[in-house]
Design a protein around this ligand. Structure first.
Ligand SMILES: [Cu+2]
Length: 522
């Protein structure tokens, strides 16, 4: 079970071993360290070998090919959890330093770069919680770690929930769930209600009955037993993706992947992943909203043995099957998979040999239209387990966190990645766009660049932790070109895009995205 414990309890001895090992390792020159830690891999080089290669003189550094990174900046918290708010600020939080105290949290303004302390004003450890952004833009945080567990008893979940209001920038206590949960998954349904799955309860049981939250009534309702997850899951933070038929697809970690129908409260076995159980992998629903893509992970729940493999399933096919696609260059797990402003994917962070072991510093860009991975510029601070990444409104990517006990200082930092598309020419600009739209509504976007725009999309702001983004989604919209304006049609229904705030993006024929203003889809 993934427990934080290294910072808290039962992993004290391994923690000391790691400290000693790292003390020895860091005494070596960098080059020696990299060559000593490099080891052979069948299909892909190890991260350390790749890191050394990218750092060598003559390595590619053209930002239009490999992007670029800002230097790390200390945020003051370890961003284990992060959500992008429609105010253009990131909410970041992690675990309290002690028991029965408050969870530290920060707001980071993605425009000004300023930060503000928004520590949760009531006790509760909202660490390894689930979280999703509600239709009105508030952040719902579900569960966490019981602050004062009994010695000798497994770590416990909590029933508590917390809600962050981006307008007032304050927290309030939410209605407690029916069941205690640590490491739950939240997914917003087309109704605007939140479905919550798994998580460890106070007896360390994972496969808990599901429950659903109605923001209108603030009531949690347990689903009937027919909705129970059909297969013993050996992992938490299930990868749940809303499909355009209103059903929700589970893309791991178990090899057998199922579809849940909220209308009947029943699960159906859909297909089996070729890799087998893919623990700590990352998954997204691709733009187009019929294919789900997963990359990285490990066959070992306890960690080690990272894979570079990736698979895709087309859920619109008559008999959907998982198929291997091109593998990454670098095996990794506990990494972050971010949908970028142009609809390509960035795999960033992760590790290879254990939660924090052999961290991968080289992100990779995946283009689903060509099935190709490209290695990007090396980042400075390592982002293995408990790291996060988010697409920002200006098209850059925030990469932060990891409570690697050997690198606590680095864990407090964030870095910002500019993808290659920001070095490929002028960006299309949006002169005006509505701040709110309804389903199927035709609306006008004025832009002097209308003629060169090839794609218009809504991008759901991310809400992420533990290689899992509960919210991100890229919804391509129908568009008609006018002179100095675009006539755009909103998504046909909430199955395509559940109600909430989205970023509006224009992408031009060079693949360059606009800055993305927020609008509310109701
Ligand atoms: Cu965790």
């Amino acid at each position: 079970m993934r427990t934080i414990v290294s910072g808290k309890r039962s992993l004290l001895i391994p923690f000391l071993i790691i400290i000693i090992a790292l003390t020895v390792l860091t005494a070596l020159p960098l080059s020696a360290r990299q060559s000593k830690s490099a080891k052979p891999a069948a299909s892909a080089q190890t991260a350390s070998a790749r890191n050394a290669q990218a750092a060598s003189p003559g390595a590619k550094s053209d930002p239009s090919q490999v992007g670029s990174w800002t230097a790390p900046v200390n945020l003051g918290v370890i961003t284990i959890h992060a959500a992008l708010l429609h105010t253009g600020k990131i909410l970041a939080w992690w675990y309290p330093q002690g028991t029965n105290v408050n969870s530290p949290a920060k707001l980071y303004d993605t425009v000004t770069g300023k930060t503000k302390d928004v520590t949760v004003p009531f006790p509760g450890d909202f660490f390894c919680s689930g979280h999703t952004i509600l239709a009105d833009g508030r952040v719902l945080v579900t569960g966490g770690l019981l602050g004062n567990p009994h010695p000798g008893v497994p770590d416990d979940g909590i029933t508590a929930t917390a809600i962050f209001d981006p307008g007032s920038e304050t927290w309030s206590q939410g209605t407690p769930m029916n069941l205690a949960r640590w490491y739950p998954t939240d997914v917003e349904l087309p109704s605007g209600q939140t479905l919550t799955l798994t998580g460890k309860n106070e007896h360390a049981v994972i496969d808990l009955p599901m429950e659903q939250y109605d923001p209108a009534t603030e009531v949690w309702t347990l689903l009937p037993s027919s909705a129970n997850i059909p297969q013993q899951s050996s992992d938490t933070y299930l990868k749940m993706k809303l499909l355009t038929n209103g059903k929700v697809f589970m893309a791991g970690s178990n090899a057998d992947t199922y579809t849940f129908d909220p209308a009947t409260n029943r699960w159906t076995l859909t297909a089996t992943m070729n890799f087998g159980n893919r623990y700590h992998g990352a998954a997204v629903i691709l733009p187009g909203l019929t294919k789900v893509f997963t990359a990285g992970g490990t066959a070992n729940h306890a960690g080690g043995g990272a894979t570079a493999t990736a698979e895709v399933i087309d859920l619109a096919a008559p008999a959907p099957q998982w198929s291997f696609v091109s593998p990454m260059h670098i095996p990794r797990y506990n990494s972050n998979l971010v949908i970028l402003a142009d609809g390509t994917l960035l795999e960033v962070g992760g590790a290879q040999t254990e939660r924090y072991g052999t961290p991968v510093l080289i992100p990779e860009l995946y283009d689903p239209s060509t099935d190709t991975w490209t290695e990007m510029m090396t980042q400075t601070d390592s982002r293995p387990y408990h790291s996060t990444a988010l697409l920002l409104p200006d098209g850059t990517v925030w990469s932060a966190g990891s409570d690697d006990p050997t690198k606590k200082i680095a864990g407090h930092s964030y870095e910002i990645f500019s993808p290659p598309y920001l070095s490929k020419g002028a960006r299309p600009t949006i002169t005006s766009a509505p701040s709110a739209i309804t389903y199927n509504q035709k609306f006008t976007v004025t832009t002097p660049d209308a003629a060169s725009v090839t794609k218009v999309a809504l991008v759901r702001p991310g809400s992420t932790t533990h290689d899992n983004d509960f919210d991100q989604r890229y919804v391509v919209l129908d568009v008609r070109h006018g002179t100095g304006k675009l006539s755009v049609t909103a998504p046909p229904s909430a199955n395509y895009a559940p109600p909430g705030w989205y970023m509006l993006v224009l992408v031009n024929s060079s693949g360059v995205p606009s800055v993305m203003p927020f609008l509310q889809l109701m």
